[in-house]
Design a protein around this ligand. Structure first.
Ligand code: GLN
Length: 473
């Protein structure tokens, strides 16, 4: 009998297509594993494969079940965005990307834990408790898609969906030793994703390897008339096959310096650059003079958008309501009890930044910085094909070690945020261990260059030969 959990999602889909593997057995294997999860990675697990998956053939995704971050609306299934204010909320519709994946043959396995409204880098901001890292249960899995990352690494989901606003797919992928792709802004519909910062939020895959990421992404893309910022992907998403990197120019940003990066992370990054050279790539230094301001701009813009998006949680329409004698008290008491500390902090920062008198000084200026960062990338991509950095300055850290210091927590996104502000795609692949914990290597390219990014990541992945099976043991 095949060891089902040892198969990647693409291999499992192939085994179903060839008749070697029964898709009901595949679903039940993962359903059982997800239900027995000890990492708090799941907030809800399916009782059985949804019946709509029963009709027709297995589809191109072979019936391989999908872990879905809690903030994706799924019809009739709890969709709480990791927040108490949405406790028990069951939406009447399903997010477009989830529906597309179901139609392609990847049924919903469960909803995964996350930082509340995707605000966080450690999954400790969930109203439903932290997620544990399968490599070391005293450490965080990263965030905000920490449940999806931990589930894939632990083999309780074959693959999963996350969202990335400033790093929330790439950083947890790095900390859990798996692959995470943040697509070009607009390539996947945001319809049905509970919004954090709408000009940055993107759905993307968290998978065991690069091929699985390409396969899942292929069935997510496309214009959706229900998301006016979505756009048709300009080419077919291909499964990667590159073995070499001959002629590929990789840019290492001068301005995203090594300061604050753990030596073990830097060592793995340098070693991966050498592997890239051995595969035929050339490494060049590139200037991104404004990238260093990425975090400052992000932590004005994202809270500003969040303060507006989260105004809808008022106790009238969804989830929690605290009864009171007058409307204003009902609003304030509901929001007081329903939102966690980090969400309240962001709402306050965002409301302040948008208030008249401060708007130009904060929001307006942050938007101008964002434009300069995007211009930097455009100039850099005249000289190089892809830009590479460590994904995260640190490996998985101890639970509780950064919760008292929001600025230390925000620094986790130092390398991921600039790419998000520019709207361009980035992938994190595991590139080795530091002190026994996984290190992520980030590759990013111009808008809609996912095929190139995936190909380069694939060639590197083959050469690195990272073994992530330890986390599934
Ligand atoms: N950690 C960042 C934040 O807290 C990014 C989160 C995300 O990408 N959703 O905002």
């Amino acid at each position: 009998m095949t060891d089902i959990v040892a198969l990647t999602a693409a291999q499992a889909a192939e085994a179903v297509a060839s008749g070697e593997l029964d898709r009901a057995e595949l679903f039940e294997t993962y359903r059982g594993r997800a239900a027995a999860d000890e990492l708090n990675a799941f907030l809800w697990v399916a009782d059985a494969a949804p019946s709509r998956n029963g009709a027709g053939g297995p589809g191109p995704l072979g019936g391989v079940p999908l872990g879905v971050k809690d903030l994706f609306c799924t019809e009739g299934v709890p969709s709480q965005a990791g927040s108490k204010i949405l406790q028990g909320y069951r939406p009447p519709y399903t997010a477009t990307v989830v529906r597309k994946l179901e139609e392609a043959g990847s049924p919903l396995l469960g909803k995964t834990n996350q930082d509340e409204f995707a605000m966080g880098s450690s999954n400790e901001n969930s109203a439903y408790g932290p997620v544990l890292n399968p490599w070391d249960r005293s450490r965080v899995p990263g965030g905000s898609s920490g449940g999806s990352a931990a589930a894939v690494a632990a083999g309780t989901a074959p693959w999963a969906l996350g969202t990335d606003t400033g790093g929330s797919i790439r950083q947890p992928a790095a900390l859990c030793g798996i692959v995470g792709l943040k697509p070009t802004y607009g390539s996947c519909s945001r319809f049905g994703m509970i919004a954090f910062a709408s000009s940055l939020d993107q759905a993307g895959p968290l998978t065991r390897d690069v091929t699985d990421a390409a396969l899942l992404f292929r069935h997510m893309v496309g214009r959706d008339e229900r998301d006016a910022t979505s756009i048709e992907f300009p080419e077919e998403v291909r499964l990667p096959s590159a073995q070499r990197l001959d002629g590929v120019r990789l840019g290492v940003p001068d301005d995203l310096g090594g300061e604050g990066v753990e030596p073990g992370v830097m060592a793995r990054f340098e070693a991966t650059l050498q592997i890239a050279r051995d595969l035929g790539a050339s490494i060049e230094r590139v200037a991104l003079p404004h990238a260093d301001y990425g975090l400052s701009a992000y932590y004005v813009l994202a809270p500003a958008e969040a303060s507006s998006n989260l105004a809808r949680f008022d106790g009238v329409r969804y989830g929690l309501r605290r009864d009171a004698n007058d409307l204003l008290t009902m609003y304030t008491q509901t929001r007081h009890d329903g939102f966690g500390a980090e969400v309240k902090r962001r709402i306050l920062i965002g409301t302040y930044a948008l208030s008249s008198g401060y708007y130009d000084a904060y929001y307006g200026r942050a938007q101008r910085v964002r434009t300069k960062i995007a211009d930097d990338f455009n100039a850099a991509f005249e000289r190089v094909d892809l830009i590479v950095t460590p994904t995260s300055p640190a490996v998985a850290f101890e639970l509780g070690s950064k919760t008292a210091d929001p600025l230390a927590m925000y620094l986790n996104d130092y390398f991921t945020v600039p790419f998000s502000l520019a709207g361009i795609p980035g992938i994190s692949i595991p590139c080795g261990l530091s002190d026994g914990l996984p290190v992520g290597f980030q590759l990013a390219g111009p808008a809609f260059s996912e095929n190139r990014v995936l190909d380069a990541a694939y060639a590197l992945e083959q050469a690195i030969g990272f073994d992530n099976s330890a986390a599934r043991a």
